[in-house]
Design a protein around this ligand. Structure first.
Ligand code: ZN
Length: 67
């Protein structure tokens, strides 16, 4: 199976992107200290962009001290 490599835009970690991962697929950075969620925005050339936090981290939580 073909594997392509792309660098994490956040930490420069080299990430493997498998052939079946199409545009729009999500990849999580392999660097445990980074862990950024990345979306494949283009296959040729292979490009990824970080997914904004609110999209992956939706928590309906309000601190009690707020308001
Ligand atoms: Zn990273």
């Amino acid at each position: 199976m073909a594997v392509e490599f792309v660098k994490c835009p956040t930490c420069k970690q080299k990430l493997a992107v498998l052939e079946y991962m199409t545009t729009g697929s999500l990849v999580v950075c392999a660097n445990l200290k980074c862990g950024t969620s990345l979306r494949i925005i283009s296959r040729r050339p292979l490009r990824v962009e970080p997914v904004p936090e609110p999209e992956t981290y939706k928590v309906d939580y309000r601190p009690e001290s707020y308001g």
